[in-house]
Ligand binder design. Sequence first.
Ligand SMILES: [Zn+2]
Length: 256
Amino acid sequence: MLNIFGTSAFEDNYIWFVQPSDSNAVLIIDPGDADPVLAMIQERQLQPVAILITHGCHDHVDGISRLLEDYDIPVYGPRNEFIPNISYPLGRSDDVNILNFPPISVLDIPGHTKGHIGFVIEGNLFCGDALFAAGCGRLHSGPAETLFQSLRTISQLADDTKIYCAHEYTQSNLRFAIEVEPDNVAIQQRIIDTDELRAKGLPSIPSFLGLERKTNPFLRCEFESVKQSVEQQARFVHATPAQVFKSLRLWKDNFQ
Ligand SMILES: [Zn+2]
C-alpha cells in the first residue's frame, strides 16, 4: 500500500509525495520549491530516497539543488530535456525500481514540453503538466498533434487510474469545459463537486481517468458535441479529432 499526499507550492502547484505505508521512505515528485518539501519531511519524519521529475519548467525543478544539499539521492527525469542534476535520464518503456517501492513505469507524454514524461506507480499517474483535471497543458513546444497523441497514450490506462497532476486548475478548467459541452451532465455535476471541495479548502486532485474521459473536453475530441462546438467557434470543418484538439487548445488559450 502507498500513501500519496501533496503539499502546495507557489500559487497553485502541488508537489506530490509517495510513501510505502510500512516505511518512512518517500519519493518526491516535481519539487519546484524546496521549502514546503523540507517542511513536510520534518513534519512527517520522512526519509527521501529519490526525486522524480516530469519536465523542466522552473516550477517543477527549482527545488532540486537545495534538496540535494541535504539528501544524497538520485534524480530521475526526462531524457529529452536539459535539466541540471538528473542522475537517471528516462524515456518510454523504462522501468524504475527503487528500494521497497512498487515498480514505476515511464510514459513519454511530450507536447507541453518536448521531453515531458509521466510516472505510473500502482495505478497512480503523475502526469505533471500534460493532463490536468478537466484540462491539459499549454503547448510550449511542438505542434498540437504531439500533445494530442500524448493524451491518447494516457487514455489507454485504466478508468480507475488516479490522476495526480501538478496544478489546481480544476475550477477554471471546468468553466471552459461547460462552455464546450453545456449539456454534459457529468461536467455539471463535477462543477458542483469541485466547488464543494474547494470551498472547504480541499484539493480537487487526484481525479480518476474515467471521470476525465467523461468531463475533460481535451480527451473528448472524437465526440460530436465537442466537434460541433469547436467548429462553431473556429468556423471551419474539422476532419480529424487531432484537428478538433488543436482548435480546442487555441480556444482555451483565449478563454477568459
Ligand atoms: Zn510546465
